[in-house]
Design a protein around this ligand. Structure first.
Ligand code: FE2
Length: 385
């Protein structure tokens, strides 16, 4: 149930709100299909500071699946594991490993959202379905997006219970402190060769999004690998989905590596916002979250000039940022601070970005080179470059 704040995307200039056929209130939840939800929940609590929120499983009468719901400020993560071999969730896990299945979007009317999108060509994942308990009702519906990933529309205005019907409040004796993560800033999808425009068109035509930033393979390249990226946003700017496609380079692109190991398109990274990246990253590092390697000295030597070019003054201590490996990028509106984790599962697939926006609207294009070089170092070790 994330809301975007503090950044003006100027979308009203390119987007006619009156024609928004799919008004989105925010991200509702992100659901991962995982091999062992109990252990994954422990990891996200211990390492990232997520809080126990809701649960369903054998104890609540759910015989086929178990789900742990974790929250941190506005971020809601669901970890789901099947309880037997018959569930088709197994197929997802066998094929993709642990990964994101559902990007759920918070809407006022899930029935209308489903009608508007399916009538524009979306493939249905779930027809509008009412779920009820003593706390009211939730309507959910869903459509497929890239790969096996889906969007579920969640209408919860008539519901007062914890999370969704079927779930109970999860009370735990183990409650590590939050790490300062606030809301989802953006979620990035990796799609196959020559498929980016197909998915850009999907978000434009089927979901009413606009493409407000693009990077081609000339901008996003190192000596070895390249990719192309287009950023899609809904009308109010609360939902931003950059889409990546691999591009030809001297060696294998990180996007290609992802596609090989995820065995198809899927969510590449989830960027979560903090308003104090120094405290958050210090905290995450102390809890064992692994980040990509810290860029070389030359990178940090160049930062003051990069900020000066755009007339911004860094409020944070640059030596502290360097010690933590935080990257800095600037545009006309401001600057941003960001850092990327290593993949959070054994397959080199999904990872997290921690981001603090100091007015900047971009996605760290000025850091792509440093980021790619850090990823290539890891690819080298994995023998996948
Ligand atoms: Fe990102």
């Amino acid at each position: 149930m994330s809301e975007i704040k503090n950044v003006d995307y100027g979308l009203e200039k390119i987007f006619d709100g009156a024609k928004d056929f799919l008004p989105l209130l925010g991200t509702d939840y992100v659901e991962f299909y995982v091999g062992n939800a109990k252990q994954a929940a422990y990891y996200y609590k211990s390492a990232f500071g997520f809080q126990s929120y809701a649960y369903k499983g054998l104890e609540t009468g759910s015989r086929d699946v178990v789900s742990y719901v974790l929250k941190q400020d506005k971020i809601c993560v669901v970890l789901t594991t099947p309880l037997n071999s018959k569930s088709n969730i197994n197929d997802h896990i066998v094929k993709h490993g642990d990964g994101v299945k559902v990007i759920a979007l918070w809407v006022d009317d899930a029935t209308k959202s489903w009608r508007e999108t399916t009538s524009r060509g979306a493939k249905s994942y779930m027809k509008p379905t009412i779920e009820k308990d003593e706390y009211g009702e939730v309507v959910r519906s869903g459509i497929f997006t890239y790969g096996d990933t889906v969007h579920v529309f969640v209408e919860r205005k008539n519901y007062k219970g914890v999370f969704l019907p079927g779930f109970e409040k999860w009370r735990s004796d183990f409650n590590p402190e939050p790490s300062g993560l606030k809301f989802i800033d953006h979620m990035v999808g990796n799609v196959g060769w020559n498929e980016m425009n197909k998915w850009v068109n999907f978000y434009e035509d089927v979901m009413g999004f606009v493409n407000f930033l693009s990077f081609d393979d000339k901008q996003i390249t190192t000596e070895y690998s390249a990719l192309m990226s287009k950023v899609m946003s809904n009308g109010n700017g609360r939902i931003k989905f950059p889409i990546n496609e691999p591009a030809e380079g001297k060696k294998k692109s990180q996007i290609e590596e992802y596609l090989d190991f995820y065995e198809g398109p899927g969510v590449q990274h989830i960027a979560v916002a903090t308003d104090d990246i120094i405290t958050t990253v210090g905290n995450l590092r102390a809890r064992g979250v692994e980040f990509l390697s810290i860029p070389p000295q030359e990178y940090y030597d160049a930062v003051p000039l990069r900020l000066e070019e755009h007339n911004h003054e860094l409020k944070e201590d640059i030596e502290t940022l360097q010690r933590l490996g935080v990257l800095i990028d600037a545009d006309e509106e401001g600057y941003l601070l960001q850092i990327f984790t290593k993949p959070v599962e054994d397959r080199p697939t999904l990872f997290f970005e921690i981001i603090q926006r100091m007015g900047a609207r971009g996605f760290g294009a000025g850091n792509f080179k440093a980021l790619f070089e850090a990823i290539e170092k890891e690819q080298e070790k994995r023998g996948t470059l």
